[in-house]
Design a protein around this ligand. Structure first.
Ligand SMILES: Cc1cc2nc3c(=O)[nH]c(=O)nc-3n(C[C@H](O)[C@H](O)[C@H](O)COP(=O)(O)O)c2cc1C
Length: 190
């Protein structure tokens, strides 16, 4: 097994269009979900859930995206509509992380949302650890209530991310990372 710190230090996103098969196996998907759901969760509310898009179901979900796109842009060209239909079929596997955050007597909604972000990040890291690459994206349809209803989300649920998973078509270069002295400071005198 690769060194954990090495994995954390080398993770980077790969665009959905550059992710190719084979998709993770059923056993690997179980591992991905097991890791994704092992996150800090104030109040143990499990304020998130996951939706798996695989095989033909990716295009079926894409039909809802294309329909919403056509409603927004009635004069859209056929190739644009086709690109929308293909949104969730670019990578071999997409796992949506759904936030179920809401008002609670004790646990702030903000903390529930953060837990969904942690779940998405764990999912991305688990994919990397299994030898896959991932891309955590939202794009416009994550905010379209018609699309979300078609994907089975309730009114109170939101998309934290559509995590696209596959193998990188080719090695990709990293992007510059923020210098630590620009993002971290020490409080007071140690
Ligand atoms: C909640 C969330 C939503 C994102 N949505 C998009 C998106 O819609 N499109 C996109 O290109 N990147 C999106 N990103 C950024 C990518 O996940 C990724 O961070 C970026 O491509 C930089 O790559 P890196 O992960 O290697 O730093 C999103 C990130 C987060 C945390």
């Amino acid at each position: 097994m690769p060194d954990a710190l090495e994995l954390l230090k080398t993770r980077r996103s790969i665009k959905p269009i550059e992710l190719v098969g084979p998709a993770p196996s059923a056993g690997e998907i179980e591992t991905l979900l097991t890791v994704a759901s092992r996150v800090p969760d104030h109040g143990k509310l499990a304020p998130w859930r996951f939706i798996i898009f695989e095989g033909e179901a990716r295009r079926a979900a894409g039909a809802a995206i294309a329909a919403a796109f056509c409603a927004r842009y009635p004069t859209a060209k056929p190739e644009q509509v086709e690109a929308e239909r293909n949104r969730l079929a670019r990578a071999p596997l997409v796992i949506a992380v759904v936030s179920r955050a809401g008002p609670h007597v004790k646990i702030p909604e903000w903390e529930q949302v953060l837990s969904a972000g942690a779940a998405a990040m764990n999912l991305v890291l688990a994919a990397h650890a299994l030898g896959y690459a991932a891309s955590w994206i939202t794009e416009w349809y994550a905010y379209d209530r018609g699309v979300l209803a078609a994907l089975g989300l309730a009114e109170n649920e939101r998309i934290a991310g559509f995590v696209h998973i596959g193998r990188p078509r080719e090695p990709a270069e990293d992007r510059p990372r923020p210098p630590l002295d620009a993002i971290a400071s020490r409080f007071g005198t140690p």
